[in-house]
Design a protein around this ligand. Structure first.
Ligand code: PLP
Length: 401
């Protein structure tokens, strides 16, 4: 890796940071498909396995293509280091397994990604880790939820799908006062718009599946943190639990990072225009998008996200009751012709989903109501199609009601 890495601007880091090229001088980063590595000597092998010498040993522990992805992501986040995983959820599992033990307590936002709430609220409870879920934007509620055994505060900003924003600097300070770590899921904003570590976060969680890949091709995940946290807490879990990122997937996401910044700006510009247009449509009750002045934390979002709202918005349809809400949301989704009905986000194609029956379908109705995920809510991940085509599609779908 070039020692210019830290002087480069983010745009340059996004296309240049990687492990050094091989003797063949390939300009595009190589894809190393190998599960084992030939060791120079038995002594070296022993030193490498003991962690006393650098060098690759076995595919579960590391791979040069994976290392390039980690170095590039860490550079973009302004983080000392990164460690990658097979998916975003396995990154969260790695974080929890690395930092927590029975008797520990987690405070997390109640508006987090559905599987995150399930993992922390239910799956970890089986192993004696307790949790409290609090309203995302209410700093006092976070403070009140902290217990003597609280080890981790975990937020996602903006959240999926309601785009609620939290004050990263304020929650970092709270966590550190309590002697806890503060982790931020930066999936929605990405380092192109928001760098949580500069605001005090200890750990950044990523689903590489979303905007980092950016073209809806592979699953990936990562944690960014200090070298110490990675070496002492996370790498040992990777080695024993094996949630390793496949080299091919790492290569795809590595190349995705090269266009991250321009994609985020273009897609966010379309999302803002679509959000403003949706606010004026008769069947729409409410639009959730950080770039709108009507967003309750618009000012904080703009300050934290480099003045850009991101590429995901949600809107709620007017309705008579819960049943009517679901019927109307399904009708709009079924009428869309250009946008895909697809429970993913961060693609170059515009994707729409019904969170209450998909990403948040495993939550209880009470958990869903707590998180504000109503049956009339539709999430839109805005892609790179022309704004005119996207808007025309929503126009005809809303007209079908
Ligand atoms: C998708 C998503 C995840 C989980 O990532 P996977 O790669 O699907 O495992 C975590 N957090 C957020 C905010 C997400 O949108």
């Amino acid at each position: 890796m070039s020692n210019k890495r830290d002087q480069w601007s983010s745009e340059t880091q996004a296309v240049r940071v990687a492990v050094p090229p091989t003797a063949y001088g390939e300009n595009s980063e190589a894809l190393f498909l190998t599960s084992g590595y030939v060791q120079p000597s038995a002594e070296s092998a022993a030193a490498r396995f003991a962690g006393e010498e650098d060098g690759f040993t076995y595919g579960r522990y590391g791979n040069p293509t994976v290392a390039s992805f980690e170095a590039r992501l860490a550079a973009l986040e302004g983080a000392p280091a990164a460690i990658s995983t097979a998916s975003g959820m396995s990154a969260i599992l790695m974080m929890c397994m690395g930092l927590l033990q029975a008797g520990d307590h987690v405070v997390a936002s109640r508006s987090m990604f559905g599987s995150t709430i399930k993992l922390i609220g239910s799956d970890l409870a089986k192993f004696g880790v307790t949790s409290t879920f609090v309203p995302q934007a209410d700093v006092d509620a976070w403070q009140r939820a902290i217990q003597p055994n609280t080890k981790l505060l975990f937020a996602e900003t903006p959240t999926n799908p309601l785009t609620e924003v939290c004050d990263i600097a304020a929650l970092s300070a709270l966590a550190h006062q309590a002697g806890a770590w503060f982790a931020v899921d930066n999936c929605f904003a990405t380092p192109a718009l928001q760098k949580p570590m500069a605001l005090g976060a200890d750990i950044i969680v990523h689903s590489g599946t979303k905007f980092l890949d950016g073209q809806g091709r592979v699953m990936a995940g990562a944690l960014c943190a200090s070298q110490e946290l990675i070496n002492q807490k996370f790498l040992p879990i990777l080695k024993s639990a094996g949630m390793t990122l496949a080299p091919f997937n790492a290569w795809v996401v590595l190349k995705g990072l090269e266009t991250l910044s321009i994609r985020m700006r273009e897609q966010s510009a379309r999302a803002l225009a679509l959000a403003q247009w949706l606010e004026d449509q008769a069947p729409v009750a409410r639009v959730f998008y950080p770039g709108l002045e009507s967003h309750p934390q618009h000012a904080l979002a703009m300050a934290q996200m480099n003045g850009v709202g991101g590429a995901v918005l949600s809107f709620e349809l007017k309705n008579r009751d819960v049943e009517d809400a679901r019927k109307r949301a399904f009708a709009v989704l079924n009428a869309l012709e250009t946008a895909s009905l697809c429970t993913n986000l961060g693609d170059t194609k515009t994707l729409c989903a019904h969170p209450a029956s998909t990403s948040h379908g495993r939550l209880t109705e009470a958990q869903r109501q707590d998180s504000g995920i109503s049956q009339g809510l539709i999430r839109v991940s805005v892609g790179l199609e022309s704004l005119e085509d996207i808007q025309a599609d929503f126009s005809q779908a809303l007209a079908s009601l």
